[in-house]
Design a protein around this ligand. Sequence first.
Ligand SMILES: [Zn+2]
Length: 96
Amino acid sequence: MATRAPTPASPPVEGGWGYAIRRVWRNGSHDLFGSTTDRHQADRALARDHRFWRSGPVRPAAVYVVATPACAVITHPVDGCRNSSCPDSSQRGEVR
Ligand SMILES: [Zn+2]
């Protein structure tokens, strides 16, 4: 950190609660992405994802918004995660 950058428009939240998109695949794995503190933005990202998959030959089993600590999204595996303790609820504070 050489210089102190100005605060960006959407600063990354560290440790705070936010929302993310959870995409579940038919093989039982899932993705977690699109961390945001804005529920409305999460809903828009969700709608975008739905539109994207609607036209494709491969479709996820489910895509929905979950409440999650931002750090859980940042550290989440990018590919083929099957951890049952990952955020899977739209309500805060239910991470086991
Ligand atoms: Zn996971």
